[in-house]
Ligand binder design. Structure first.
Ligand code: NAI
Length: 239
């Protein structure tokens, strides 16, 4: 049984579909109750696998703990829910900064802690970081939250490995999902042109890596941050 946060759309939805195809029963959670319920129902209707939709705001600590406690078992958790916004530091409020941490990081910690308490002999936790953890301009709060995801992943990996719980992070590059809604088609085309592979990522590109790391068959990788970014994080001078 797997739980995916932020599963109503984008990378979370693609991941839920992929994990159901892998044979997991997937608990799809989101703050968008209607869309996540419909998405789970569509998976069952299209005979893609077994899924259920559940309302979960990752900022709600008690709800995060309760949902894990209610499951008959938990094998894999995908901490995917997250927000992104562009605000230059001069205009960034402390409240903006804290909100980013609450959604992108603290909820992830609470769910990982709750799940690890129940994963007595094995388990997989996959956290969504971002290539932005390397550094980026005009969203310091997002960058900091994703760098913290990397630190959390590495720390949990060391602590939980003796119990067979493997913890890894996926760091996507630019993936074409609703999170990019603020960008025009022209801006997307420009972004695509600077990716070494010549296109933006697709949610399925990320879901494939999450599926690999969430699988009980993946037994010897922990504490890693896998960049899935079409080569964008590579160095090199233009010729
Ligand atoms: P998205 O905006 O398309 O989907 C995010 C989902 O999370 C939505 O369904 C939303 O309702 C849900 N959500 C937001 N706040 C929530 C909360 N408090 N509790 C529960 N659910 C909540 O985003 P996308 O692009 O699919 O991103 C998924 C993850 O991947 C995020 O952690 C994001 O930071 C990360 N990522 C995305 C990249 C991209 O270019 N799309 C690049 C790097 C990382």
């Amino acid at each position: 049984m797997a739980l995916v946060t932020g599963a109503a759309r984008g990378i979370g939805l693609a991941t839920a579909r992929r994990l159901t195809a892998d044979g997991f029963h997937v608990v799809m959670t989101d703050i968008d109750r209607q869309t996540v319920d419909e998405a789970a129902a569509a998976i069952a209707r299209d005979d893609m696998g077994s899924a259920e939709g559940r309302y979960l705001d990752v900022r709600d600590e008690a709800a995060c703990e309760a949902i894990i406690a209610e499951l008959p078992r938990i094998d894999s958790v995908v901490n995917n829910a997250g927000i992104f916004e562009v605000t230059r530091t001069d205009d960034l409020t402390t409240d903006d900064f804290r909100r980013m941490y609450d959604i992108n990081l603290v909820g992830m910690f609470v769910l990982a802690r709750a799940a690890s308490r129940r994963m007595t002999s094995s388990g997989r936790i996959v956290n969504l970081a971002s290539r932005a953890y390397l550094g980026a301009v005009n969203y310091a709060h997002y960058v900091a939250s994703k760098a913290a995801v990397v630190g959390l992943t590495r720390a949990l990996a060391l602590e939980l490995a003796p119990r067979g719980i493997l913890v890894n992070a996926v760091a996507p590059g630019v993936i074409d999902t609703p999170i990019l809604a603020a960008w025009s088609d022209e801006e997307r085309a420009k972004l695509a042109a600077v990716q070494p592979v010549g296109r933006l990522g697709r949610p399925d590109d990320i879901a494939a890596m999450i599926s690999f790391l969430a699988s009980p068959q993946t037994e010897f990788i922990t504490g890693q941050v896998i960049l899935v970014d079409g080569g964008r994080s590579l160095g090199g001078l233009a010729t």
